[in-house]
Design a protein. Structure first.
Length: 260
């Protein structure tokens, strides 16, 4: 397997594991990631996901010989529609409802950047190098960077790299807000897991509603988010987790949530 999945308590770890090929992504790897996102979304015992890679580099990009016909024939990504969620959020409107944290190192090129743009928290080792190389290969990005990169780092910053294919550093990514943490090389997964455990210790129903409301506002505007927020708040207020949160406050202890 080139994508390895394991669970640690309420955390799903998704490992990209093709280091001899610099983790270049094949169609089969895409399918495996899509299935992992679906499993994370559907399993009530999984509350957060961490995506990371084995080897010196997160990814050198797509295995283009495996993808050229799909893109030249306007097929896009090979989403089956069953038990899969497109990690690029391009093939339909379905998104993973659980938070996802990325930990990257070395090369993080093309699809690595585009999948990372859909993550909720991003950690990068200080040796990370980012690039959207498509214009240097004869085509252009089609996994969301054309509109999401500008959303996250600003129009002119995004065009600076999309239109040239130039690389940018981990420090640049942090300065522009693309990543939230920088670590020493080799420490990026450790930091991502630290964050994942914090998220997993929070009330999972509240976490999911934060994502739901924030994404709705991003897509449809603040008015759409306002219309549903108090309905969702009322739903969460009736949960067992809300009772546990109040009781833990009274008893001055850490809350133990169950997602119910």
């Amino acid at each position: 397997m080139t994508i390895n999945i394991k669970n640690e308590e309420h955390i799903m770890l998704i490992e990209i594991d093709r280091p001899k090929k610099y983790n270049a992504m094949t169609r089969e790897m895409y399918t495996q990631i899509a299935r992992a996102y679906y499993q994370l979304d559907r399993d009530d015992n999984l509350w957060v996901g961490v995506v990371y890679a084995n080897g010196l580099h997160f990814t050198s990009g797509l295995e283009l010989t495996d993808w050229s016909d799909a893109f030249s024939n306007a097929v896009g990504f090979p989403l089956s529609g069953e038990n899969e969620i497109d990690p690029f959020y391009m093939m339909n409107e379905e998104r993973c409802r659980k938070p996802i944290i990325f930990a990257v190192q070395g090369y993080c090129f093309t699809w690595g950047v585009e999948a990372m743009l859909n993550a909720d928290i991003r950690v990068a080792a200080s040796d990370s190098r980012f690039a959207m190389l498509e214009v240097r290969r004869g085509f252009f990005p089609c996994g969301g960077a054309t509109f999401r990169l500008a959303r996250d780092i600003g129009w002119s910053n995004a065009m600076r790299y999309l239109l040239t294919g130039d690389q940018w550093s981990a420090e640049d990514a942090y300065r522009m807000g693309l990543v939230q943490y920088l670590t020493e090389p080799g420490k990026q997964l450790e930091k991502a897991m630290e964050l994942a455990r914090k998220v997993a210790s929070a009330a999972p129903l509240g976490v999911r509603k934060i994502l739901k409301n924030g994404r709705l506002a991003e897509k449809q505007g603040e008015q759409a988010a306002k219309k549903i927020i108090y309905q969702d708040v009322a739903e969460v207020m009736k949960s067992d987790d809300m009772k546990e949160g109040l009781q833990s406050f009274i008893e001055r202890r850490t809350a133990v949530f169950k997602g119910k």
